[in-house]
Design a protein around this ligand. Structure first.
Ligand code: FES
Length: 128
């Protein structure tokens, strides 16, 4: 198993605490997310079922997504989970990116399976 290569916290972005929204294209769900938190943290905070919460530090690769639209700040990700080609194609780890604008994501790999299995399941917390 590759060692986590990320710092425990991400630096603040220039946008400060601006509210953004992360939309999961596969389900159409949208979650609020500040520029101070990771996309995975926002999804987890929503209470949405099926969000795989692994290491939250870039080490397990369970939270892989493709960013379809939007700007983000990323931290270093393990090459064991995100190749250079992946990174250039905006396939990244949701626990290692912070939004700089609204983001539209497509879930991949294990995250896709978990999210799609629970698509349409009621969330204990209203994400909006
Ligand atoms: S939760 Fe482990 S890499 Fe994102």
């Amino acid at each position: 198993m590759p060692a986590p290569c990320c710092l425990p916290t991400l630096p603040a972005t220039a946008a400060g605490d601006a509210p953004h929204h992360v939309t999961v294209e596969d389900t159409g769900e949208t979650f609020p997310c500040t520029s101070q938190e990771t996309a995975l943290s926002a999804l987890a905070r929503s209470g949405r079922r099926g969000i795989p919460l692994g290491c939250r530090g870039g080490g397990c690769g369970v939270c892989k997504v493709a960013v379809i639209e939007g700007d983000y700040v990323k931290r270093v990700m393990s090459r064991g989970h995100v190749s250079e080609e992946d990174e250039q194609a905006h396939r990244v780890l949701a626990c290692c990116i912070q939004p700089g604008s609204d983001l539209r994501l497509r879930v991949l790999g294990r995250m896709r399976k978990a999210v799609m299995q629970n698509a349409g399941s009621p969330s204990p917390v209203n994400p909006r």
